[in-house]
Design a protein around this ligand. Structure first.
Ligand SMILES: NC(=O)c1ccc[n+]([C@@H]2O[C@H](COP(=O)([O-])OP(=O)(O)OC[C@H]3O[C@@H](n4cnc5c(N)ncnc54)[C@H](O)[C@@H]3O)[C@@H](O)[C@H]2O)c1
Length: 181
């Protein structure tokens, strides 16, 4: 798996459990993917960013269509895109009039020409719940370690939210009753 982000700490966290990474502050992903795979494309992609995406490169500003356009570019013909990242029908703080109505400047022709499949919407978590629970109980996956989960008290919640908002490579779990060690 190859993880792309602009956040160095999150890329380091992804490498800590065996992912390859591409640093999008260096520009678009194609060239770095080619260095890893020998070709500038992948079989399928996951947009886990959504409408708050920033553009690629150093000091990039919010650019909501970046991840979708970029994934269409780097996914091989016949491939598939999973889009759990959130896209909205209204965003009062959007970067332009179109974005304020949730309209993005998508290169859908790229997706059409490559016969890509798209799946999006609310994640069907109940569908995966049992298998995931069994995989965790049988030590097959280490989700908490992979996302660097940290249990915090209710008093520490504002600090946890602030750190997460600032891009900490940590998922905070509220632990009001101290059940989690
Ligand atoms: N479909 C669902 O049911 C479902 C469930 C959970 C979360 N979500 C959505 O998934 C998205 C991610 O959630 P999160 O909690 O991980 O958010 P987050 O803000 O913690 O993570 C988003 C990451 O994307 C990175 N990023 C920004 N622009 C990028 C770009 N152009 N390319 C690559 N990376 C970029 C940011 O640096 C950040 O690390 C959000 O839109 C959230 O609403 C959807």
């Amino acid at each position: 798996m190859i993880v792309g982000d602009l956040n160095a700490d999150r890329l380091a966290q992804a490498r800590s459990f065996g992912c390859e990474t591409v640093d999008l502050t260096q520009g678009g992903p194609a060239e770095q993917i080619e260095q890893l795979l020998g070709v500038p494309e992948v079989d399928c992609g996951v947009d886990a960013v959504g409408f708050e995406a920033r553009g690629h490169g150093h000091d990039a500003k919010e650019a909501p269509a970046t991840v979708l356009n970029s994934l269409m570019e780097i996914t091989a013909a016949g491939g598939a895109l999973g889009i759990p990242g959130l896209y909205v029908t209204g965003d009062p703080g959007g970067v332009d009039e179109a974005a304020k109505k949730g309209a993005l400047s998508l290169s859908l022709g790229t997706g059409w020409a490559k016969s890509l499949s798209f799946t999006t919407g609310q994640c069907p978590v109940m569908k995966y719940n049992r298998q995931l629970m069994m995989a965790i109980l049988h030590d097959k996956v280490h989700i908490a370690k992979n996302v660097n989960a940290k249990a915090i008290t209710l008093e520490d919640a504002p600090k946890g939210y602030a750190e997460f908002d600032a891009g900490a490579a940590t998922k905070y779990v509220l632990n009001p009753n101290g059940y989690l060690s």
